[in-house]
Write a protein that binds this ligand. Structure first.
Ligand code: ADP
Ligand code: MG
Length: 696
């Protein structure tokens, strides 16, 4: 074992208290210090002539004191004037000891480091770090730093010099024992992608030489940073791939039957499957017949008909003697699936069970009992299905809808539900968030991807208009007209997303206003703070056509399906991401009548907002919108990576390093067979959480 693998307490001078502080920075082992990279740097490697200094610049200057006075301004301060051959600058101290004035007297030479600010006397350094420079006989000067000074992310009570010293020690160990942190990227790969070595990269990032490109370093574009970023992304990807391999070694029930139930189901549907639905279904059918668990992501734009595909897959499980479960991220959506599956499957003699967090008491016990003894063949619910006390008799297929709302962990948790029976269920994951290919490879490296790239026929694309709030009365009239014609409408209130309470309040106010303005209409309200049963009731009344207008918060974003609704008004659309707007808009245009979406913005609209809303007006293609969204907001937001685990990366930044993703995939493929290299990388970057994607 290398010294680098030892706990930090193995370092001289690191006791329990310091180790605890380091622990707060996730530094447990000596080698963790090496991966604790600077946030930024200071350049103390050269003296900057005063005359060239600009406000805001951090620099080392050196000059002779020409005056040293205590001045009375708003606050008393010690003002020390310095001069070098190129200009004049002042040092200002608000806290000072009398001895300091004496020390910094006229005639002495001072070297100082700080940030130049525009002050009362021209450029000033407030409370700089400084030292006196003895005038030497031979005219020689004390040396400047040999490398840039790293500024680390730190925690209370742990100062930069201390961290620097610790990292310095770790670097020294690495130099003596390079094998302690093995280079696992093969030479050929490093050459191909022009990547510097590991040890070299770490040394450079902690102690950049004066000739290093500071701008590149600050921007995270230095080859050394990129090498580490690539390695980290690689570790994540290898870890996901490993999970996949591990899962695929488990046995899965072969679900080869299904044709009987599927045929009966299809004759009962009022439409035929689209070509894309059929193709994806074939891919799924192929997977289900194998004795290893399917891990498949079905991507399909809003309204492309993923639910029917899910139902067909479920029937294969059911007819093969297994249970199937479908899980949705919100209760509204789960409830809607429950109704759909009941309507579809009960005529075929299949019992459908419902399980959500809000289901309590006897109803809950009954549902769990039916799931455990196998009376319930098809189970629909929310993430309540993950809970420990839920046992399946024989789960053959787990379907997860709108996966981007769930994290990797939750996605993997459902599979354990089947493991009790010695089987790992097949997994079908469905999402309407179109994910550009490179991102999909990275975020879902463990999944096969199918694409429903066709909408059912007869859909008229939603027409989108961007309208100023000044024209609100016209918009209200338009709703009245649509409802008079027997259509239904949504009015979506959005507000600052973090404040659900405010959002709900706004929806209540709007609902009251619209009720007053449109007395002839029956208007319902649904928001996130209502009880699930209340929400479900309102949704049901809207679906049954009892309500003309539904005022809602963004809770209706995902999956709600009312085909008679042909008008949607979205307030403050500039506050939402494009993909979210696209999801919302997908609630209309589900029938064959022409549908409209009104983006009602409060003027004035910024240039970038206008541009974004323009994208919504000009296209209904989910992929184009996703690409624009990606351009504008970056992958973290688009993928909701806070949940997927990708956000916890130390060096890599999916946005900044997106151009590396292709290389990452290529390298991952080459390294996959190399068990040792993979495990070193995974442990290095995912640490003790290694395999966390696997053990949920
Ligand atoms: P999403 O992919 O957004 O989940 P849904 O599964 O909710 O879409 O389907 C949207 C609507 O399209 C539903 O009303 C569904 O019954 C209908 N639908 C699905 N497939 C077809 C098809 N092949 N032809 C016509 N309508 C379809
Ligand atoms: Mg859906």
């Amino acid at each position: 074992m290398s010294e680098l693998d030892a706990p930090v307490t193995a370092l001289k001078g690191v006791g329990e208290a310091l180790a605890a502080k380091l622990g707060r920075l996730s530094i447990e082992r000596v080698s963790d210090l090496l991966f604790h990279l600077p946030l930024r740097y200071q350049d103390r490697t050269r003296l900057t002539p005063m005359g060239t200094l600009r406000a805001g610049q951090e620099a080392v200057i050196e000059g002779d004191v020409t005056a040293s006075d205590v001045v009375k301004g708003r606050r008393r301060s010690l003002l020390v004037r310095l001069r070098d051959g190129s200009g004049i600058i002042s040092l200002r101290f608000f806290h000072f000891a009398p001895a300091q004035q004496q020390q910094l007297r006229s005639g002495v030479r001072v070297r100082a480091f700080g940030e130049a600010r525009a002050g009362a006397t021209g450029l000033e350094l407030y409370h700089p770090e400084y030292q006196l420079v003895p005038l030497r006989q031979d005219g020689s000067e004390p040396p400047v730093d040999e490398h840039f000074t790293p500024i680390y992310p730190t925690t209370e009570g742990l100062h930069q010099p201390r961290l620097r010293a610790l990292v310095g020690k770790a670097l020294g160990m690495l130099e003596r024992d390079p094998g302690g942190l093995p280079e696992v990227l093969p030479e050929t790969l490093r050459q191909r992608f022009a990547l510097p070595g590991l040890q070299q990269s770490l040394a450079l990032l902690h102690q950049p030489p004066p000739e290093a490109d500071m701008e590149q370093l600050d921007a995270g574009r230095h080859p050394a940073t990129r090498r580490l970023a690539l390695e980290e992304m690689l570790a994540h990807q290898l870890s996901l791939r490993e999970v996949r391999l591990r899962i695929q070694q488990d046995g899965a029930p072969t679900l080869t039957d299904g044709r009987g139930l599927q045929a009966r189901f299809l004759t009962q549907l009022p439409f035929a499957l689209t070509g894309a639905q059929q193709r994806v279904l074939e891919e799924i059918t192929h997977d289900l017949a194998r004795p290893a668990p399917m891990l498949r992501l079905v991507q399909g734009d809003v309204g492309s008909g993923k639910t029917v595909v899910a139902a067909m897959a479920a029937l294969a499980a059911l007819e093969s003697g297994c249970q199937a479960a479908i899980m949705a991220p919100t209760e509204i959506l789960a409830e809607q699936h429950y109704r759909a599956f009941k309507a579809w499957l009960e005529p075929l003699g299949i019992e459908v069970a419902w399980l959500a967090g809000k289901l309590k008491g006897k109803a809950r016990l009954d549902a769990k009992a039916a799931i455990a003894d196998g009376r319930a063949r098809m189970v629909v619910g929310t993430h309540a299905l993950f809970q420990d006390d839920v046992h399946f008799q024989r789960l053959g297929l787990a379907i997860i809808d709108e996966q981007h709302r769930f994290g990797v962990h939750q996605r993997l948790a459902l599979r354990e539900k089947g493991e009790a029976g010695g089987l790992t269920p097949h997994q079908l994951i469905m999402t309407a968030t179109p994910i550009p290919r490179t991102l999909a490879m990275s975020a879902y490296a463990d999944l096969d991807v199918s694409l429903i790239d066709e909408l059912p026929p007869g859909r008229t694309p939603v027409k989108t208009v961007v309208v100023s709030d000044e024209r609100r009365p016209e918009v209200v009239q338009r709703i009245e007209r649509a409802c008079d014609e027997g259509r239904q409408a949504y009015w979506v209130c959005t507000l600052i997303e973090e404040s659900e309470a405010l959002q709900c309040q706004a929806a209540e106010v709007t609902s009251d206003e619209l009720t007053a303005a449109l007395p002839a209409l029956s208007i319902g309200l649904v928001h996130g703070r209502m009880k699930a049963a209340e929400k479900a009731e309102v949704m049901a009344r809207f679906k049954d056509g009892e309500l003309d207008l539904l005022v809602a918060t963004t809770v209706i974003e995902v999956g709600v399906d009312v085909s008679n609704a042909s008008l949607m008004v979205i307030e403050n659309p500039e506050r939402l991401g494009l993909s979210q707007l696209h999801q919302l808009r997908g609630r209309v245009g589900r029938g064959s009548t022409e549908s409209f979406c009104v983006l009602l913005y409060p003027p004035p609209l910024s240039k970038s907002s206008r541009q974004r809303l323009g994208v919504m007006r000009d296209t209904t293609d989910g992929f184009r919108i996703a690409e624009k969204d990606l351009e504008i907001r970056g992958p973290g937001e688009v993928l909701g990576t806070r949940q997927t685990g990708l956000a916890q990366m130390k060096v890599a930044d999916l946005e900044r390093d997106a151009d590396l993703l292709d290389s990452v995939s290529a390298v991952a493929t080459e390294l996959q067979g190399n068990a040792e290299a993979s495990s070193v990388l995974i442990r290095r970057w995912l640490g003790d959480a290694a395999g966390r994607y696997g053990q949920v």
